[in-house]
Design a binder for this molecule. Structure first.
Ligand code: ATP
Ligand code: MG
Length: 139
C-alpha cells in the first residue's frame, strides 16, 4: 500500500446510530477517496488480533465487547498525507477533547465509544488494510 493511504473503521456505535452516510460524506468532502470498503462484523478472535497492542490495557475487554457487538464499515482511504490528515479529521480519542468539526466531536459519545478508527502510521495503515482486505482484491 502506498504511503498516501490510510485505513478506517466506522465502529458499531456509528452503524447503530445511523451515521454511516454522514460520516462517509464528511470523509469524502474532506478530500479522501474511498479505495476499498466493506460492511462486516469482527469476530472476537479477529478483533483481539487487530487490537493486540492494547491487550494489557485495563479497557481491553470493554474494547473487544464494543467492537464485536455489531457491524462495522472498514475502508481504505487515499489522499496526500492520508494518515496524519485523517487523524486530524477524526479528532482526539476522547470526544470531549476533540476539536470542533471533527468526526469524534460530531458523532462520538465517549472515550470507549468513539465512532471511528484511524491508523496511526503508514506502517499500521498497510498492516490494517491488509488485515481487512485480502490480496486477491485489486485496488
Ligand atoms: P483508534 O485506534 O480506534 O483510532 P486511537 O488511536 O485514538 O483510536 P488508541 O489509544 O489506539 O486510540 O485506543 C484504541 C481504542 O481503544 C480507542 O479508540 C477507544 O475506543 C479505546 N480506548 C482507548 N483508551 C480507552 C480508555 N481509557 N477507556 C476506554 N476505551 C479506551
Ligand atoms: Mg489507535
Amino acid at each position: 500500500m502506498a504511503t498516501n493511504r490510510t485505513f478506517t473503521m466506522l465502529k458499531p456505535d456509528s452503524i447503530e446510530k445511523g451515521n454511516i452516510g454522514a460520516i462517509l460524506e464528511k470523509i469524502t468532502t474532506s478530500g479522501f477517496r474511498i479505495v476499498a470498503m466493506k460492511m462486516t462484523q469482527l469476530s472476537t478472535a479477529n478483533c483481539e488480533e487487530f487490537y493486540a497492542i492494547h491487550s494489557e490495557r485495563p479497557f481491553f475487554g470493554e474494547l473487544i465487547t464494543y467492537m464485536t457487538r455489531g457491524a462495522i464499515v472498514a475502508a481504505i482511504l487515499e489522499k496526500e498525507n492520508a494518515v496524519e490528515d485523517f487523524r486530524a479529521l477524526i479528532g482526539a480519542t476522547n470526544p470531549a477533547d476533540a476539536a470542533e468539526g471533527t468526526i469524534r466531536k460530531l458523532y462520538a459519545d465517549s472515550m470507549g465509544e468513539n465512532a471511528v478508527h484511524g491508523s496511526d502510521s503508514n506502517e499500521n495503515a498497510e498492516i490494517e488494510g491488509n488485515f481487512h482486505f485480502s490480496g486477491r482484491e485489486q485496488f
